[in-house]
Design a protein around this ligand. Sequence first.
Ligand code: 2AM
Length: 168
Amino acid sequence: MRLFFAIIPDKSTSVSLHANGNLLAKHSRGHVVAAERLHLTLAFLGEVAPERLDELLAVGERLPLLAGEVWTIDRVGGWPNGIVWAGSSQPCLVLSELVAALQQGLAQAGFPTETRPYVPHVTLLRRARHRLPPQDISPLPFVLRRVLLMESTLTPQGPQYRELRRWP
Ligand code: 2AM
Protein backbone atom coordinates (compact mmCIF):
# COMPACT_ATOMS: atom_id res chain seq x y z
CA MET A 1 0.00 0.00 0.00
CA ARG A 2 1.28 3.47 -0.90
CA LEU A 3 0.56 5.56 2.19
CA PHE A 4 0.92 9.07 3.55
CA PHE A 5 -0.27 11.18 6.48
CA ALA A 6 -2.01 14.41 5.49
CA ILE A 7 -4.40 17.18 6.47
CA ILE A 8 -7.28 18.09 4.18
CA PRO A 9 -8.40 21.73 3.87
CA ASP A 10 -11.98 22.82 4.52
CA LYS A 11 -14.18 23.04 1.43
CA SER A 12 -13.96 26.84 1.10
CA THR A 13 -10.16 26.77 1.34
CA SER A 14 -9.97 23.95 -1.23
CA VAL A 15 -12.10 25.98 -3.60
CA SER A 16 -9.91 29.09 -3.15
CA LEU A 17 -6.69 27.08 -3.55
CA HIS A 18 -8.06 25.43 -6.66
CA ALA A 19 -9.02 28.84 -8.07
CA ASN A 20 -5.42 29.98 -7.48
CA GLY A 21 -4.23 26.83 -9.25
CA ASN A 22 -6.37 27.63 -12.26
CA LEU A 23 -5.03 31.18 -12.43
CA LEU A 24 -1.42 30.05 -12.08
CA ALA A 25 -1.88 27.38 -14.76
CA LYS A 26 -2.20 30.18 -17.30
CA HIS A 27 1.44 31.09 -16.68
CA SER A 28 2.93 27.76 -15.65
CA ARG A 29 0.88 25.32 -17.71
CA GLY A 30 0.78 21.87 -16.13
CA HIS A 31 -2.00 19.88 -14.49
CA VAL A 32 -4.22 21.56 -11.93
CA VAL A 33 -4.92 19.36 -8.88
CA ALA A 34 -8.70 18.96 -8.43
CA ALA A 35 -10.18 20.75 -5.39
CA GLU A 36 -11.20 17.47 -3.73
CA ARG A 37 -7.63 16.10 -3.98
CA LEU A 38 -5.83 19.09 -2.46
CA HIS A 39 -4.01 18.22 0.77
CA LEU A 40 -1.09 19.07 2.99
CA THR A 41 1.26 16.07 3.26
CA LEU A 42 2.75 15.58 6.74
CA ALA A 43 4.76 12.45 5.97
CA PHE A 44 5.03 10.29 2.86
CA LEU A 45 5.70 6.61 3.62
CA GLY A 46 5.78 5.10 0.16
CA GLU A 47 5.04 1.39 -0.11
CA VAL A 48 4.09 -0.22 3.20
CA ALA A 49 3.23 -3.90 3.65
CA PRO A 50 -0.48 -4.20 4.59
CA GLU A 51 0.52 -6.24 7.70
CA ARG A 52 2.18 -3.07 9.06
CA LEU A 53 -0.97 -0.96 8.89
CA ASP A 54 -1.73 -1.54 12.60
CA GLU A 55 1.68 -0.14 13.53
CA LEU A 56 0.95 3.01 11.53
CA LEU A 57 -2.47 3.35 13.14
CA ALA A 58 -0.74 3.16 16.54
CA VAL A 59 1.61 5.99 15.46
CA GLY A 60 -1.41 8.09 14.42
CA GLU A 61 -3.14 7.32 17.73
CA ARG A 62 -0.25 8.85 19.72
CA LEU A 63 -0.09 12.16 17.78
CA PRO A 64 -1.06 15.42 19.47
CA LEU A 65 -4.66 16.21 18.50
CA LEU A 66 -5.36 19.24 16.34
CA ALA A 67 -8.02 21.67 17.52
CA GLY A 68 -8.73 23.97 14.60
CA GLU A 69 -5.51 25.97 14.69
CA VAL A 70 -4.93 28.01 11.54
CA TRP A 71 -2.00 27.74 9.15
CA THR A 72 -2.05 30.84 6.97
CA ILE A 73 -1.25 30.33 3.29
CA ASP A 74 0.08 33.52 1.73
CA ARG A 75 2.70 32.45 -0.86
CA VAL A 76 2.81 30.47 -4.07
CA GLY A 77 5.82 29.42 -6.11
CA GLY A 78 7.33 26.70 -8.24
CA TRP A 79 10.00 24.05 -7.77
CA PRO A 80 12.26 22.66 -10.50
CA ASN A 81 10.36 19.32 -10.32
CA GLY A 82 7.35 20.95 -11.97
CA ILE A 83 5.33 21.42 -8.80
CA VAL A 84 3.53 24.70 -8.20
CA TRP A 85 2.90 24.98 -4.45
CA ALA A 86 0.97 27.12 -2.01
CA GLY A 87 2.62 27.72 1.34
CA SER A 88 3.40 30.25 3.99
CA SER A 89 5.90 33.04 4.54
CA GLN A 90 5.85 32.26 8.28
CA PRO A 91 6.75 29.06 10.14
CA CYS A 92 3.79 27.38 11.84
CA LEU A 93 4.65 26.02 15.30
CA VAL A 94 1.67 23.66 15.47
CA LEU A 95 2.64 22.06 12.17
CA SER A 96 6.33 21.85 13.07
CA GLU A 97 5.51 20.14 16.38
CA LEU A 98 3.03 17.79 14.75
CA VAL A 99 5.47 16.74 12.03
CA ALA A 100 8.29 16.32 14.58
CA ALA A 101 6.02 14.05 16.68
CA LEU A 102 5.01 12.11 13.58
CA GLN A 103 8.59 11.62 12.41
CA GLN A 104 9.61 10.51 15.89
CA GLY A 105 6.72 8.04 16.08
CA LEU A 106 7.53 6.67 12.63
CA ALA A 107 11.23 6.31 13.44
CA GLN A 108 10.47 4.53 16.74
CA ALA A 109 8.17 2.13 14.89
CA GLY A 110 10.94 1.44 12.38
CA PHE A 111 9.53 3.27 9.35
CA PRO A 112 12.02 5.20 7.21
CA THR A 113 11.61 8.95 7.63
CA GLU A 114 12.41 11.93 5.45
CA THR A 115 15.85 13.43 6.00
CA ARG A 116 15.14 16.65 4.09
CA PRO A 117 13.74 19.55 6.13
CA TYR A 118 9.93 19.57 6.15
CA VAL A 119 8.47 22.33 3.95
CA PRO A 120 4.69 22.52 4.46
CA HIS A 121 2.99 23.00 1.11
CA VAL A 122 -0.12 22.17 -0.86
CA THR A 123 0.59 21.10 -4.43
CA LEU A 124 -1.63 23.13 -6.78
CA LEU A 125 -0.17 22.04 -10.13
CA ARG A 126 2.00 19.17 -11.28
CA ARG A 127 4.22 18.93 -14.35
CA ALA A 128 4.29 22.72 -14.80
CA ARG A 129 6.24 23.68 -17.89
CA HIS A 130 7.35 27.09 -16.62
CA ARG A 131 8.78 27.55 -13.14
CA LEU A 132 6.69 30.01 -11.15
CA PRO A 133 8.70 32.66 -9.23
CA PRO A 134 7.60 32.88 -5.57
CA GLN A 135 4.91 35.50 -5.00
CA ASP A 136 2.43 36.66 -2.37
CA ILE A 137 -1.27 35.87 -2.58
CA SER A 138 -4.20 37.06 -0.47
CA PRO A 139 -3.93 35.14 2.81
CA LEU A 140 -6.05 31.99 3.02
CA PRO A 141 -6.79 30.21 6.31
CA PHE A 142 -6.02 26.49 6.28
CA VAL A 143 -7.76 25.17 9.40
CA LEU A 144 -5.89 22.27 11.00
CA ARG A 145 -8.67 19.97 12.17
CA ARG A 146 -7.54 16.36 11.90
CA VAL A 147 -4.76 14.15 10.64
CA LEU A 148 -5.62 11.54 8.02
CA LEU A 149 -3.84 8.38 6.99
CA MET A 150 -4.33 8.19 3.23
CA GLU A 151 -3.74 5.54 0.60
CA SER A 152 -2.60 6.70 -2.84
CA THR A 153 -3.19 4.47 -5.85
CA LEU A 154 -1.38 5.47 -9.03
CA THR A 155 -3.59 5.31 -12.12
CA PRO A 156 -3.14 6.58 -15.69
CA GLN A 157 -5.56 9.40 -14.71
CA GLY A 158 -3.27 10.43 -11.83
CA PRO A 159 -3.16 9.40 -8.16
CA GLN A 160 -6.44 8.40 -6.47
CA TYR A 161 -6.62 8.98 -2.73
CA ARG A 162 -8.57 7.02 -0.13
CA GLU A 163 -8.88 7.91 3.53
CA LEU A 164 -8.02 4.99 5.83
CA ARG A 165 -8.30 6.66 9.25
CA ARG A 166 -8.66 10.09 10.83
CA TRP A 167 -7.62 11.51 14.23
CA PRO A 168 -9.76 12.88 15.90
P1 2AM B 1 3.71 16.64 -3.41
O1 2AM B 1 2.34 17.18 -3.21
O2 2AM B 1 4.79 17.61 -3.14
O3 2AM B 1 3.86 15.90 -4.70
C1 2AM B 1 1.08 11.68 -2.00
O4 2AM B 1 1.91 11.26 -3.03
C2 2AM B 1 1.63 12.92 -1.34
O5 2AM B 1 2.89 12.62 -0.74
C3 2AM B 1 1.85 14.08 -2.29
O6 2AM B 1 1.24 15.22 -1.73
C4 2AM B 1 3.34 14.25 -2.36
O7 2AM B 1 3.82 15.55 -2.26
C5 2AM B 1 3.83 13.61 -1.09
N1 2AM B 1 5.17 13.06 -1.28
C6 2AM B 1 6.26 13.38 -0.53
N2 2AM B 1 7.32 12.68 -0.93
C7 2AM B 1 6.91 11.93 -1.98
C8 2AM B 1 7.58 11.01 -2.83
N3 2AM B 1 8.87 10.69 -2.67
N4 2AM B 1 6.85 10.45 -3.82
C9 2AM B 1 5.56 10.76 -3.97
N5 2AM B 1 4.87 11.60 -3.19
C10 2AM B 1 5.54 12.19 -2.20
